[in-house]
Design a protein around this ligand. Structure first.
Ligand code: SF4
Length: 93
């Protein structure tokens, strides 16, 4: 279960933020690849750093622990690069 952040569930907070702001990773499939090459994280990290949803995305990822994807500057998948389940980043948002 997701923790409440500032009195609001991080999933709700991220959903509301997405109504007003466009994520910097919008349409970029590299963020949801099952296997992320380590070198890509150095490419994706600066994109996250400039994203208007960085805080909300990070809060959500820390509490919901999505099984795949690159969220708020971190790869959230397994060490093997294989997803922990069939759940997708889009389904989790
Ligand atoms: S902070 Fe989250 S929403 Fe923004 S670019 Fe990174 S992964 Fe996408």
């Amino acid at each position: 279960m997701a923790a409440q952040v500032g009195g609001m569930n991080p999933a709700v907070r991220l959903d509301r933020a997405l109504r007003d702001r466009v994520p910097a990773c919008n349409g970029d499939a590299r963020f949801t690849e099952d296997k992320l090459q380590l070198r890509k994280s150095t490419v994706l990290l600066p994109i996250c750093a400039g994203c208007p949803l960085f805080i909300e995305c990070g809060e959500y990822a820390e509490t919901a622990r999505p099984p795949v994807g690159f969220w708020a500057g971190k790869w959230r998948g397994s060490a093997s690069g294989k997803p922990k389940s069939k759940k997708t980043k889009e389904a989790a948002a």
